[in-house]
Design a protein around this ligand. Structure first.
Ligand code: NCD
Length: 353
């Protein structure tokens, strides 16, 4: 309550607020020195990442036995979360849902806005405000850029703010995907991420996962990035600027075979043609950006192959059997990383570690 009053007195209107740099906005989404609304990858620093990874590791250990599973599922049995997914989702939805269940948070969901009162003319803002009458957390995916952030901002100005977690906003950000991606790197390299060469491949322009993952790279030293994409789908300048500012070397190239040889991690992505305005993706030859079975002999012995999924043709199914194919484990890592994050937001992570 105290926080709401503070926020109301110091916050300008949304139109003035949202164009500000993320670094200026982050304090408004923190509470008592912790991340409260998880909206941007830039909110994760190295210490927080390590804390969340240790919590996630511990959760998977503890829940192997019924006693441990019962213990952690009691930690947040007084909390309820709303999953509002206004964009298609299989993994992120299932992963958050099961993450909630691991730590005992009860869940409700809206996945199809045509079944909500928005069809009666209610604004999306009023609809999401309604959720906070019933639940203690909102986990949300939305096609409109800034909508998740706006929800958090609005919520923080009400008498009953609840934390908002971004499950994917437009083309812009997918912070918890980046969290699980870095958790996957952390597990694959025994915690040693410094000095790695990370190669991101595909539709880098419209893929929110590679954008959020790029932000997280600032937390590790000696990282080198290769952005491999068709010229139409190059990484946006704002991310390149960010990397320059943080002294992270990167190259932009179309030579996938060249970049993969020295890679420690290859992060594949699909073409994001749902963002097409006039079918422009059809004019792009995406096949040079496929990881094929024959590439397995060209990559390092301990290189890992990642993908946020869903995949189309960009990774040969024959690659799945190779121990370096990490995407199915990456998917599962997401549930543990998200459970750790939710536990952290509610302040019970210390009871897990
Ligand atoms: C990604 C997304 O939704 O941005 N999927 C996911 O959350 N695992 C990537 C994609 O859809 O290509």
């Amino acid at each position: 309550m105290q926080r709401t009053q503070e926020m109301t007195s110091v916050q300008p209107d949304w139109e003035n607020f949202y164009p500000r740099p993320v670094s200026d906005k982050v304090p408004f989404f923190n509470k008592d020195g912790r991340v409260y609304d998880c909206l941007f990858a830039q909110q994760f620093n190295r210490d927080l990442l390590t804390l969340l990874f240790r919590t996630a590791d511990r959760l998977r250990e503890v829940t192997q036995h019924k006693d441990g599973a019962d213990y952690v599922s009691g930690l947040l049995s007084d909390k309820r979360a709303m999953l509002y997914f206004a964009q298609p989702s299989t993994r992120t939805f299932m992963s958050f849902l099961n993450a909630c269940h691991v730590i005992g948070v009860k869940t409700s969901e809206i996945r199809d806005t045509s079944t909500s009162s928005e069809v009666k003319g209610e604004t999306p803002e009023d609809t999401v405000r309604t959720f906070s009458s019933y639940v203690d957390m909102i986990i949300m995916r939305h096609p409109a850029p800034n909508f998740v952030e706006k929800t958090a901002w609005l919520m923080n100005r009400t008498g009953r703010p609840v934390p908002v977690v971004n499950g994917g906003s437009g083309k812009d950000q997918h912070p918890t995907q980046a969290l699980l991606d870095v958790y996957t790197l952390y597990r694959s390299f025994n915690g040693d991420l410094d000095g790695r060469h990370v190669v991101m491949v595909g539709d880098l322009k419209r893929g929110r996962t590679v954008r959020s993952l790029s932000y997280l790279m600032k937390n590790y030293s000696g990282i080198r990035l290769s952005f491999v994409s068709p010229k139409e789908f190059r990484m946006e300048p704002d991310i390149l600027e960010f990397l320059k500012r943080h002294g992270i070397p990167y190259e932009e190239t179309e030579d996938f075979k060249g970049a993969m040889r020295t890679a420690d991690a290859i992060y594949m992505t699909r073409i994001q043609d749902e963002h097409d305005k006039a079918g422009e993706s059809k004019a792009v030859d995406y096949s040079p950006f496929y990881f094929k079975r024959e590439h397995l002999k060209d990559i390092k012995e301990n290189c890992i192959i990642m993908h946020p999924l869903p995949r189309r043709h960009e990774i040969d199914v024959a690659v799945d059997a190779d121990p370096r194919a990490m995407y199915w484990r990456q998917e599962r890592n997401g549930m543990w990383a998200r459970a750790a994050l939710i536990a952290y937001i509610f302040g019970v992570d210390g009871k897990i570690r």
